[in-house]
Design a protein around this ligand. Structure first.
Ligand code: HEC
Length: 157
């Protein structure tokens, strides 16, 4: 009789343990999904060191840098960020404040390191001048019009 009770208790304990594991993994699963939510897009831009953020774009005064960067963008980036850099199916807009207010050094650092965990590739294989051209191009973009703008056809000043 005592044996039977002991046996039942151990089955109960095992069920409890399984239940616990199942509910813990459900919670863990949920957190990993919510960590991919929109709130943390662009978060990595804040992670550049002061030294990286302070780097100047050596091509800032180069009149051809923006056009060259635009070509590189069409070649490497548009498939994810959209032809006009205002966001595509795979990647967010680069016309938002978070990106436009980042320093050139920060953007260069981001291109060099990517946000691989979240689907933004590393671009260190592109020569440094090409990465700076891309920075020049991104910085040349006009800010995104608000989603309810009705004058989408009107060119920006
Ligand atoms: C395979 C798709 C893909 C390609 C190609 C790609 N990106 Fe991205 N990019 C992403 C994703 C996804 C994010 C959002 C990452 C995140 O959640 O922070 C991103 C984010 C960014 C950001 C914002 C930084 C941030 O923290 O989110 C910049 C700037 C950027 N990309 C520039 C570029 C440039 C320039 C190129 C071309 C050289 C490029 N990307 C090519 C997918 C891509």
């Amino acid at each position: 009789m005592t044996m039977l009770r002991f046996h039942q208790e151990s089955i109960f304990a095992r069920h409890l343990a399984i239940l616990l594991i199942v509910s813990i993994s459900a919670v863990v699963g949920q957190t990993s999904i919510s960590s991919q939510s929109n709130s943390s897009i662009y978060e990595k831009l804040a992670k550049a060191s002061k030294k990286d953020a302070a780097r100047r774009n050596p091509l800032a005064a180069d009149p051809d840098a923006v056009a060259a960067g635009g070509k590189l963008f069409a070649l490497h980036c548009a498939e994810c960020h959209g032809e006009t850099a205002d966001g595509g199916k795979k990647a967010p807009s680069l016309r938002v404040d978070e990106v436009q207010q980042a320093t050139p050094g920060t953007l260069f650092w981001l291109l060099t390191n990517g946000v691989v965990r979240r689907g933004m590739p590393v671009w260190s294989k592109l020569p440094e001048p090409q990465r700076w051209q891309l920075v020049s191009f991104i910085k040349s973009l006009t800010p995104q019009p608000p989603p309810n703008a009705t004058d989408a056809q009107t060119p920006h000043p």
